[in-house]
Design a protein around this ligand. Structure first.
Ligand code: IMP
Ligand code: MG
Length: 181
């Protein structure tokens, strides 16, 4: 019997060139949707750091970049549904156009919870951008205004996304084939 070759550890899902092209498109769209008004990009650490760096440079005119960080709530594969703010933003968002920038929306719990909090701070508008969207994993309905790529329900790493803090430096998004337990 022919022996099956093992799956590679990583398989490229979205290469650097496709990411760059799509991020440029989203940046131009965000500017178009906000006229020449100031936009605050509120980036959710840590996974969004390459995305927000590239996105910020794809938006012409006045923008402000600030960061938030939420606690990871996952124990294995289950979610407690409770999201804690580890770092809050510094800039005042009252009366401002805000775009929350995420690396990936999975269950939607993080983004839903953040939007609930931010909407109490009276921004002029509140929109959301994510590099990756896993619509098949959603348990919490959440509106996403700008999606880089919709992907299947697989675990991905690279371009900021990690597995146990590794792989964030990959210039592409790859599916991580974890060995079965
Ligand atoms: P949500 O609250 O379930 O939407 O979780 C979003 C967060 O889970 C992301 O910001 C990531 O930190 C993490 N996450 C979800 N899916 C993946 C993945 O495929 N690779 C790496 N991190 C992921
Ligand atoms: Mg994240």
């Amino acid at each position: 019997m022919k022996k099956e070759s093992p799956k590679p550890e990583r398989e490229v899902l979205i290469d650097a060139q496709r990411i760059a092209g799509r991020v440029g498109e989203i940046g131009r769209q965000i500017r178009l949707d906000h006229g020449d008004e100031e936009i605050i990009l509120l980036a959710v650490l840590k996974g969004c750091f390459p995305f927000v760096a590239d996105l910020a440079r794809a938006i012409d005119g006045d923008i402000v970049v600030d960061f938030m960080q939420t606690s990871s709530y996952k124990d294995g594969t289950t979610s407690s549904g409770h999201v804690q703010i580890k770092r809050d933003h510094d800039v005042d968002i009252t009366g401002k156009h805000v775009v929350v920038v995420e690396d990936i929306v999975d269950t939607g719990i993080t983004l839903h919870s953040l939007l609930g909090l931010l909407s109490t701070r009276s921004p002029k508008s509140l929109k959301t951008a994510t590099l990756l969207d896993k619509p098949g994993a959603r348990t919490q309905d959440v509106q996403i205004d700008y999606v880089g790529f919709a992907i299947p329900n697989v675990f991905v790493v690279g371009y900021g996304l990690d597995y146990a803090e590794r792989y964030r430096n990959l210039p592409y998004v790859a599916v991580l084939n974890l060995p079965l337990p």
